[in-house]
Design a binder for this molecule. Sequence first.
Ligand code: NAI
Length: 259
Amino acid sequence: MNLFKNLSRSVEGKIAIITGAGSGMGEATAKVFAAEGIKVVATDINLEEVERVSSEIKSSGGSCMPMLLDVTDKQSIEQCVKSSIDEYSSLDIVINNAGISSVTTVDDENYENYWDDTLNVVLTGQIKLIRAALPYLLKSDNGRIVNISSTEGFGASPFHSPYTAAKHGVIGLTRSLALELGPQGITVNCICPGPINTNMTSAIDDKDKNIYAKRRVGLKRYGEPEEVAHATLNLCLPSSSYINGVYLPVDGGLSIRRA
Ligand code: NAI
């Protein structure tokens, strides 16, 4: 039975570029998207890892093209968009996921390096890819941009100021572009993951993760990359056409907890 016929939940055949797809949430997003029939351009600064992801996707029957992409390098971004268009002729979805984090005090002698490196990857890289992809997204009937921020995008932790500033910036960028590009047929949204088991958090030992999760997270556990990837997919569905400019926490309830 289908009483509403206009809005589809199918993304079959759509084309998506995903950054940071060589591990963690980017890898999970590439795999979840490919399982839905999306043709994935899986990009990362680590080519070996996206080649692995791509061959895993292909051996399960999905479509994936691995590509080396450093999101801080404008030329590399332009080349990536060009190669995607050469291969697939169109582009519907951009997932800005690549990220690095740093822990530093504000008086650290290397602070300015941490600041520049973090802002370049986490924030500036996102707008560079959006600008390069824009002419093609505008031609899509399902233009979707999803930027990965963090619960650090609307909250804060000490000793993470470059990361926190960058993630706040991602939300601001998302909201402004949502108003600018929404009327042109592209929705722009943001996902704010809480603590997720990926390479980024692998240095924290399980005992400390457990203590933190029990104290802070409503669900009392870390999340898994796949749980974030499905939320990202939801924002890309044709039927999500009226979701624009949101920042969606995927954090097991971390951000609603008062104490
Ligand atoms: P991860 O470390 O597993 O994956 C990050 C990927 O980004 C890696 O494959 C890495 O090679 C790639 N990358 C780094 N610099 C790059 C560059 N210059 N160009 C292209 N790719 C680059 O980490 P995770 O956790 O999967 O991170 C994904 C996103 O989620 C990041 O934006 C991160 O800030 C965000 N996030 C992570 C949380 C967590 O608890 N793991 C929580 C909230 C947000």
